[in-house]
Design a protein around this ligand. Structure first.
Ligand code: PBG
Ligand code: ZN
Length: 324
């Protein structure tokens, strides 16, 4: 007890660093990228300062910039020229994400691990993550599954290293796993958006990916922010269906969920530091209200401390620069 015991003894000088329990390295970072079929030059996203949508011929340049900063993984989101009821531009061989994957892998090969987001909301004209029963405006779970399987398979065929289904449909991991396995992609891992909450923090992303809903919302399939035990059940199902990596999303308001899931399952766990979390820090920093670099580092480090092994973050390049 005090005064014999003094916690301050280890808090300054070299020893402070030596007792550090957690750290952030460039290997923890996954860089999200938007590739847009509708534009000819890179286009800033107003609510996400520093993040752009890229036309197909600029995608490789940006991926290379990330690689040069030491970032080893990225996740791709596509914005198609054509949207329809079923999201049919999500799975074509020559659609936007498939082309971007091929170009990045051709150029960077093993230097960049390419992950693809698998969902339909960027590709449907109504903006929902699955097929709609238009009579009662309901998202139909089971008819959506084969479309997700087909989409994931097309990403793998294009050369994606890993697929990341984000739609929170029941059975989606199993459906994708069997589609990949049946087509000789047994070694392509699945990162499941396993505990994805129905969150207002996705606002800026929906502008960025042009994926807002024309009616209703995603609360019929995404989780209620009030729930924590339920995330264990969600994740357990995904583990049984074959998920290799478990993601919690968003991150900052859900550090308790990251902690629980890491401890319960002892599996590789990812945190998605989402668009709204990024926008809040950027906006406060632009006003001179926060020290951007310090708050960025502290936020990302808190996700590691909670148990995340990797972090999907729009800060990836900024953070990598800071770590250099
Ligand atoms: C699409 C998807 C979303 C995000 C990642 N994949 C949006 C959503 O569910 O509406 C959010 C990412 C972010 O906010 O940064 N299913
Ligand atoms: Zn979606």
């Amino acid at each position: 007890m005090f005064p014999e015991l003094r916690m301050r003894r280890l808090r300054s000088g070299k020893i402070r660093d030596m007792i550090k329990e957690n750290s952030l390295t460039v290997d923890d970072l996954i860089y999200p990228m938007f590739v847009d079929e509708n534009i000819n030059s890179e286009t800033p996203i107003a609510s996400m300062p520093g993040i752009n949508r890229f036309p197909i011929d600029k995608v490789v340049g940006d991926a290379k910039e990330a690689a040069d900063l030491g970032i080893s993984a990225l996740i791709l989101f596509g914005i198609p020229e054509h949207k329809d009821q079923h999201g049919s531009c999500a799975w074509g061989e020559h659609d936007i994400v498939q082309r971007a994957v091929r170009e990045i892998k051709n150029e960077l090969g093993k230097d960049m691990y390419v992950i693809t987001d698998v969902c339909l909301c960027e590709y449907t004209d109504h903006g929902h993550c699955g097929v709609i029963d238009s009579e009662n405006e309901e998202i139909m779970n089971d008819p959506t599954l084969p479309l997700l399987g087909k989409t994931a398979l097309s990403h793998a065929k294009a050369g994606a290293d890993m697929v990341a289904p984000s739609g929170m449909m029941d059975g989606m991991i199993g459906a994708i796993r069997s589609e990949l396995d049946a087509n000789n992609f047994k070694d392509i891992p699945i990162m499941s958006y396993a505990a994805k909450y129905s969150s207002a923090y996705y606002g800026p992303f929906r502008d960025a990916a042009d994926s807002g809903c024309s009616f209703g919302d995603r609360s019929t399939h995404q989780m209620d922010p009030a729930n924590s035990d339920e995330s264990i059940r969600e994740v357990e199902l995904d583990v049984f269906e074959g998920a290799d990596i478990l993601m919690v999303k968003p991150a900052l308001s859900y550090l308790d969920v990251i902690y629980r899931i890491k401890n319960e399952f002892k599996m590789p766990t990812a945190a998605y530091n989402v668009s709204g979390e990024y926008a809040m820090i950027k906006a406060a920093a632009q006003n001179g209200w926060l020290d951007e670099k310090k708050v960025m580092h502290e936020s990302l480090l808190s996700m590691k401390r909670a148990g995340a092994d990797m972090i999907l973050t729009y800060f990836a390049k900024d953070m990598a620069r800071m770590l250099k």
